[in-house]
Design a protein around this ligand. Structure first.
Ligand code: SDX
Length: 428
């Protein structure tokens, strides 16, 4: 980005002048790279709320206006018009593919989506109760033992395609294992979403499986909406692990682990728990709103709030509309959707949420739709992962090719004991 203007800091009688970086959307950042080495000062920003870790051209979010774009394309247009493969191509390579590029891309993904027969043995040793996110994270790391990778640029392309292709198969297998069902093999004639559906719900490898177009469109939209979200916790984790030049499989496996947390992607499963608790409580919304407002309760309104969006999460807006349509098309009455809408209405009339700009986020409505699609709750965050892997990989590659690439190593402010000396145990 063009470097212009400067920022001045006056500290301990000194004036420090630092360069300023301006992004393509006019965001202005103070470049503090020389602050420690040049002036001996560190900044303090737990949770990195005011810290830019990188320059990126992949995803743009304007939290105040509720804007989300992948490589400049508004999320609303991509969700409405594109296939998951097209948006994956866009996110990885920076441009929407033409017909030939998309066909070649899909053919490459198809060539990678089977897993080594020995990989299947890992599934046999997990307890039936194993959460599929634990399975996914472990098996993505295990993939690196079957696909030893170099750090050569040309190998990165293959690793990226292999991971996008195999995470579809591993996710479906984690579901089949949890249901005690046989693994269904990938099929080249199906699109990414159709193949995922086939591997999830086809009775057996020889059975016919009718793709329901309503489910196919819903899953396509859900995967696109989850595809990337700039420097969120899991994407930053992938960049962090990638910064030590560890292999990309371990970086993505770490991303899965970070996404699983209930404050991040794991929230979609927690939203359902919360809506069911309200339902069991006879729809006593106020009890849960009051708990969420009482810090000592440790309870948060799951699916509400966001570090960046201080307006509606545009993905939640799309999903709220989609939920109505999908339930109607599938002829499903889900009382939890009504509970979600009532909870949202009451919360957004309460000053606690309004003053903190706590709006529904992507996780608030996604669970309702996953439920309608007959996806079990413990697979909700796996669905988030399936969408997010291409975004993580685009960010991983961007960080590896960043001219400012270096290992991530934040500093700290030490607040422990000053120097003291060892005392023998019989004198303590
Ligand atoms: C995702 O970063 C991304 O882009 C993530 C994501 C992506 O696509 O990758 O968008 C996906 O992770 C969405 C978020 C899913 N998580 C949840 O729905 C869990 C519930 N939400 C929160 O825990 C919270 O809002 C976070 C984690 C999302 C954001 O946390 P922040 O930015 O650290 O906010 P905070 O904890 O500093 O809260 C600010 C204030 C606090 O109150 P005060 O100290 O000012 O009195 O708002 C309160 C918080 O107590 N608050 C909530 C709340 N979220 C924030 N109070 C009740 N319920 C909530 N949900």
């Amino acid at each position: 980005m063009s470097e212009e203007k400067t920022a001045k800091i006056f500290i301990e009688g000194k004036e420090i002048e630092l360069p300023v970086i301006v992004g393509s959307e006019g965001e202005t950042a103070i470049d503090i790279r020389k602050l420690r080495t040049g002036y001996g000062y560190t900044t303090y920003d737990p949770g990195y709320g005011s810290t830019g870790s990188c320059q990126s051209s992949i995803t743009f979010i304007n939290g105040e206006k509720g804007i989300l774009r992948y490589r400049g394309y508004p999320i609303e247009e991509l969700a409405e018009n594109a296939s998951f493969e097209e948006v994956t191509y866009l996110t990885i390579y920076g441009e929407l593919p033409n017909k030939k590029q998309l066909a070649d891309f899909n053919a490459k993904l198809n060539s990678y989506d089977s897993i080594h027969e020995d990989m299947k043995k890992f599934f046999e040793n997990f307890p039936l109760s194993a959460h599929p996110m634990a399975i996914l994270s472990s098996l993505i790391t295990a993939l690196s033992t079957f696909n030893p990778t170099s750090d050569k640029i040309e190998d990165r392309e293959e690793d990226i395609l292999r991971l996008i292709a195999k995470v579809k198969t591993l996710s479906a297998y984690a579901y089949r294992k949890s249901q005690g069902l046989p693994f269904i093999y990938p099929r080249d004639e199906l699109t990414y979403v159709q193949d995922f559906m086939s591997m999830m719900w086809r009775k057996s490898n020889s059975a016919k499986y009718e793709i329901n177009p309503v489910l196919e469109k819903a899953i396509n939209v859900l995967l696109i909406l989850h595809l990337d979200h700039e420097q969120n916790c899991s994407a930053s984790t992938v960049r962090m692990v990638g910064s030590s030049q560890g292999n990309v499989y371990t970086a993505v496996a770490a991303g899965v682990a970070a996404l699983w947390g209930p404050l991040h992607g794991g929230a979609n499963q927690k939203v359902l728990d919360m809506l069911k608790a309200i339902q069991d409580d006879g729809g006593d919304y106020q009890k849960y709103i009051d708990m969420a407002k009482d810090k000592s309760s440790g309870f948060r309104l799951m699916g509400f709030g966001h570090r960046v969006y201080k307006n509606f999460d545009p993905r939640a807006t799309i999903l709220k509309k989609a939920a109505d349509g999908i339930l109607k098309e599938l002829n499903i009455q889900d009382p939890l959707l009504d509970i979600a809408k009532n909870l949202e209405k009451i919360a957004l009339e309460d000053d606690f949420f309004v003053s903190r700009k706590l709006f529904p986020n992507v996780d608030f409505y996604s669970g309702i739709i996953y439920r309608a699609l007959q996806i079990p709750e413990e697979m909700f965050t796996v669905m988030f992962t399936l969408g997010r892997v291409p975004g993580w990989l685009a960010q991983w590659r961007e960080s590896r090719e960043d001219p400012h690439f270096r290992i991530h190593r934040p500093r700290q402010i030490y607040t422990g004991p000053t120097e003291r000396h060892f005392v023998a145990i019989d004198k303590r």
